[in-house]
Design a protein around this ligand. Structure first.
Ligand code: 9D3
Length: 230
């Protein structure tokens, strides 16, 4: 998969996307991630990316020209591969990012992410360029950069060959709609707190039964809303 990000804060990305599983996925060639500075596509000497809203009112609006030009340039790479990129605007008005949406996005060849800012983006960008508007939840952030990184993180870990076998099973578990069962590691006792006896029993039928029951119990207690989907 190829992921292009268009942003006015390109420096925010490398410290996050250059770590851990995403770093490994990039090094293994499972994903190519490129960050593009929107200011490179401006045409005035001050590299202006925003302007005052027509009709008046507070705040600034992201100008359409640098965004159209940046995305036109990035689309050319997809045209050569004979596929249409998905052009995603990270926006508080978007469809909420869920595991289901992440799975759908992970099947694509090329994502172009546009990070919004200020009071908003010129409506013509949404109408004529963007194919998907995505939000990460109902709270107000300062821009689309953190949401873009969240989206990249959740999509990249779903790409073939990125996760090992052991961690891919939690993909299934969340999709079954339950939280994880409680986990323990050594020591078997700390500050008088003991690991549940069943886990030390070696009886895998009993252990599996216990874990299933615990997963239900934990879900009922912490996220009862999830049980409606099971
Ligand atoms: C002035 C009204 N604001 C809407 C509540 C405008 C506005 C606020 C914050 C416009 C952009 C932003 C910056 N946030 C994002 O670009 C954003 C976001 C978010 O704030 N929450 C959850 N998901 C996302 S995705 C992009």
């Amino acid at each position: 998969m190829r992921i292009d990000v268009v942003t006015i804060f390109p420096e925010m990305f490398e410290p996050v996307l250059g770590q851990s599983i995403i770093k490994r996925a990039r090094n293994k060639g499972r994903v190519e991630i490129k960050i593009h500075n929107l200011r490179q596509y401006t045409k005035d000497k001050h590299k202006k990316v925003d302007d005052r809203p027509y009709g008046g009112g507070p705040g600034m609006v992201m100008m359409p020209q640098p965004i159209f030009d940046a995305v036109r340039r990035l689309k050319q790479k997809s045209d050569k591969l004979k596929n249409k990129p998905r052009i995603i605007l990270l926006s508080p008005q978007g469809k909420k990012l869920t595991q289901k949406l992440a799975k759908k996005l992970s099947a694509d060849r090329h994502l172009i992410l546009i990070c919004g800012h200020y009071e908003g983006v010129d409506e013509r960008v949404m109408k004529h360029l963007v194919t998907d508007e995505v939000s990460i939840g109902d709270y107000v952030l300062t821009g689309g950069e953190l949401p873009a990184m969240v989206l990249i993180d959740t999509v990249v870990r779903l790409l073939p060959g990125v996760l090992g076998r052991s961690s891919s099973k939690d993909v299934e578990s969340f999709e079954e709609g339950l939280l994880e069962y409680p986990q323990y590691t050594r020591p078997a006792e700390i500050n008088n707190y003991k690991v549940p006896e069943v886990l030390l029993s070696g009886n895998h039928a009993r252990i599996n039964q216990w874990r299933k029951k615990q997963a239900l119990k934990v879900t009922r207690k912490k996220r009862p809303d999830l049980l409606k989907n099971v």
